[in-house]
Ligand binder design. Structure first.
Ligand code: PGA
Length: 256
């Protein structure tokens, strides 16, 4: 049985004060969580502060990006070893904002996936189609291509213990979430696509949904059999809303 994972992607938001206040709010509302893993991914600069602030709580630490190099002359980058050293465990890669604004290719993202696995960190691989691709009926083709970048270079085994976040680009930050049925259909496709290579690996891989998940729509999304939690942007910046989403994932898991 898969354990759902709800992860907050703070994106480029935060300050020392906000980090302290948000985590203290989360500690109050999420003092014990049963049946769901909880992660927050603040900006790099606040990871150390966040690590201390979540100590002794059920909240684990994640990060929003990683470089492919481990050390050396790569100005401005952050390595997997550094993220491990600071205590981050789940690392988002391939987010559509990085694919779009930083021209990250499937090849580069596959390299990031490999470096995270080598370092013992958990990749949270974001995939998903744009609005135009969706309109053109290319959702499955795009998701398959983005997954194949890993499958064809690292093999299905790389997905053991890894996380996929299906995030339709048209749903991110728009307030227009995919419907539970729409998301379930794509999640099922993704799992089947991996199962064609290795059924056991496909069965255990966590597939989160992301894109305008909030405290109102989360519970229904989590009733779907192939939706294993959520990657949450905007709503992860509010302790109460994030806690409602976490509790909805835990309740859905416990209902099964
Ligand atoms: P959103 O962002 O919840 O604000 O739509 C999700 C994400 O980009 O991970």
């Amino acid at each position: 049985m898969r354990h759902p994972l709800v992860m907050g992607n703070w994106k480029l938001n935060g300050s020392k004060q906000m980090t302290a206040e948000l985590i203290s709010g989360l500690r109050e509302t999420l003092s014990s969580v049963d049946g769901c893993d909880v992660v927050i991914a603040p900006p790099f600069l606040y990871l150390d502060q966040a690590k201390n602030a979540v100590f002794g709580s059920p909240i684990a630490l994640g990060a929003q990006n990683v470089d492919v190099n481990l050390s050396g002359a790569f100005t401005g980058e952050t390595s997997a070893e550094m993220l491990k050293d600071i205590g981050a465990k789940y690392i988002i890669i391939g987010h559509s904002e990085r694919r779009t604004y930083h021209q990250e290719s499937d090849d580069l993202i596959a390299k990031k996936f490999a470096v995270l696995k080598d370092t013992g960190l958990i990749p949270v691989l974001c995939i998903g189609e744009t609005d135009a691709e969706n309109e053109a009926g290319k959702t499955e083709e795009v998701c398959a291509r983005q997954i194949d970048a890993i499958l064809n270079t690292l093999g299905a085994d790389a997905f053991k213990g890894a996380v996929i976040a299906y995030e339709p680009v048209w749903a991110i930050g728009t307030g227009k979430s995919a419907t539970p049925a729409q998301a379930q259909a794509v999640h099922h496709f993704i799992r089947q696509h991996i199962a064609a290579k290795d059924a056991a690996i496909a069965e255990q891989v966590i597939i989160q949904y992301g894109g305008s998940v909030n405290d109102k729509n989360a519970a229904e999304l989590f009733t779907q059999p192939d939706i294993d939690g959520a990657l949450v942007g905007g709503a992860s910046l509010k302790a109460d809303a994030f806690a409602v989403i976490v509790n909805a994932a835990a309740a859905a898991k416990n209902a099964h």
